[in-house]
Design a protein around this ligand. Sequence first.
Ligand SMILES: [Zn+2]
Length: 470
Amino acid sequence: MLKEILDLPPEDKIFHAVLVFSWTVYLWEAYLSHRQRKIYSSATHVPTELGKIMDAETFEKSRLYQLDKSNFGFWSGLYSETEGTLILLFGGIPFLWKISGSLTGHFGLGPEYEISQSLVFLMLATLFSAIMGLPWSLYSTFVIEEKHGFNQQTLGFFLKDALKKFAVTQCILLPVTSLLLYIIKIGGDYFFIYAWLFTLVVSLVLVTIYADYIAPLFDKFTPLPEGELKTDIESMAKSIDFPLTKIYVVEGSKRSSHSNAYFYGFFKNKRIVLFDTLLEDYSPLNKKNDGESASEPDKNEETGDETKLQPKHKKQGCSNPEVLAVLGHELGHWKLGHTVKHIIISQVNSFLCFFLFAVLIGRQELFMAFGFHDNQPTLIGLLIIFQFIFSPYNELLTFCLTVLSRRFEFQADAFARAMGRSTELCSALIKLNKDNLGFPVADWLFSMWHYSHPPLLERLRAIKDTKKQD
Ligand SMILES: [Zn+2]
């Protein structure tokens, strides 16, 4: 058996190794999810140490929500792993490449027009994956999120949104890819440096234009109205020299009642974005609820708009001091240099990947492993090397970044505490966990692998611990 494997030609060894690794990762993840699912199914009452922060009803609601999500994750994961394997086994990639070639051939562009063929390939591949993913995302939104009261989208909004997303992605992906392929083609021996610089510039441009030109295509951003919250945020930003230029409220409630806050922007031009669902006084989910007859709690008012705004029966969102504590945490990420560290890590990684790509792209057996016997298109090389050959490295990197992210979360919490906001931060974290139906109990191995944020209890404990040290 071993001898048979050793005698295989290199391209077959590569192909088998890729499949075996992919299934190993899949089985590992499935095992972790299974461990976590066991906790969801068996935890029938609120653990004693949570008694003060979570009532039995919310605990049960969040348990059922997470259980549904986890079961869904099991089936969608199994499906996508199987689909990926079948595509590889039946030569889906060379097949699509051939189709793209005959399509460009129709327009009189022969195989020497590799970039045109690559663009057609990319368009077909993204179309395929969008169509195959659609039923899953429909089910997740309209069955699971709907059942647990999060979904705020109508089918029309959802489909229009999906189409828009596809079109916008194409508008960015196609020109960027064709330029990248061109740079690789003409770059000579040091093409990997130019390719890396190019992707660096593209990501900087995207970060700059995203907020003003791309995000507003999908969601409505309105400046936070003048008032106490605005002045308080401004003075907090000033106190830590955060170069705040604008504060926006995004109408997240049109999509879902999950809540969030973030900041973005370059150097001296930073903006803060608050989800309307985060703000107690602002959330339409609360406003809709006001004055509604209590005897008909399940009545959904049609708004005539494209969305349906399901009012929540409990008030959702945070009070102004809590919002400030959440922002204290977010700005802590900035002040402590977490954002810059993330950018540096991702750029070093991207440079390293392009360098290795340059080393590997000439290896014919890599192409042969994936069914390309007599041609080596650059786009296919990018796909094979970045997605399949680097996958063990990518898994490791993702894990390290998750660990790092948890460290950063603790640090940002401590930052908000140092600003004197620990009490409000604790109550905000508890409220957000409740509003988003987060489940407060986690399997240690599952959370170590997956959680970018430490579990709620650990965070509360850490904030209180540092509180004592004062
Ligand atoms: Zn954070």
